[in-house]
Design a protein around this ligand. Structure first.
Ligand code: DQA
Length: 148
C-alpha cells in the first residue's frame, strides 16, 4: 500500500530557462536551484518528489498519460501552455489525480491573456505570485488533499 506521498512536479515550456527570464516576474533562481528548493520543501513535508520538464507539448501530454499508479498527486506549472493548451487540459483530466497549479508570477496582475487558465478548473487549488515559496504552499496543500 502506498503512503500517498508521491508527488510529480511538472514544469512546462520555457521554465528550464529560469535564471535567464525577467527577474521582476520570476526572481533570480535558476531552474536547477528551484528544483533543489522544491526538493527541500518536499523533504520537510514528508513528500517524495519526482521532476519532469519539457518544452514539447506532446511530451508533456504523454507524461501525464504515464502517471497512473506512479504518483499520488501533481504540482503543475505548464508555463504559457496554461493559458491555451486544451490538449494538456484534457490529458490532465485523463490523469485524474489531485493537482495544484502553481505560477511563480502573479498571473492575475499581468497581461490580459495570462489571466485565463485552461487547467485551473481541474485543480484543487491555484497558487500564483508567491515565487519559489509558492511551491511550498502547493506541496502543503497537496499533502492535505492526499491525507483527506
Ligand atoms: C508562469 C506564468 C506564465 O504566464 C508564463 O508563460 C510562464 C511562467 C509562472 O510561473 O509565473 O512561463 O507559469
Amino acid at each position: 500500500m502506498s503512503a500517498h506521498n508521491r508527488v510529480e512536479v511538472m514544469h512546462g515550456v520555457n521554465l528550464d530557462q529560469l535564471g535567464r527570464r525577467d527577474p521582476g516576474h520570476y526572481g533570480g533562481l535558476t531552474f536547477d536551484a528551484l528544483e533543489r528548493r522544491i526538493s527541500t520543501y518536499a523533504q520537510e513535508l514528508g513528500l517524495t518528489v519526482r521532476f519532469f520538464q519539457t518544452n514539447h507539448e506532446g511530451e508533456f501530454v504523454e507524461h501525464l498519460h504515464s502517471l497512473e499508479g506512479i504518483t499520488d498527486g501533481i504540482v503543475l506549472n505548464p508555463g504559457a501552455w496554461t493559458h491555451y493548451s486544451w490538449a494538456i487540459r484534457d490529458a490532465l483530466e485523463i490523469a485524474a489525480l489531485p493537482t495544484v497549479e502553481v505560477h511563480l508570477s502573479d498571473v492575475s496582475r499581468r497581461e490580459e491573456w495570462r489571466r485565463r487558465s485552461v487547467v485551473s478548473e481541474l485543480c484543487v487549488a491555484t497558487v500564483s505570485g508567491e515565487g519559489p515559496d509558492g511551491y511550498r504552499t502547493a506541496l502543503a496543500r497537496l499533502r492535505r488533499e492526499l491525507a483527506a
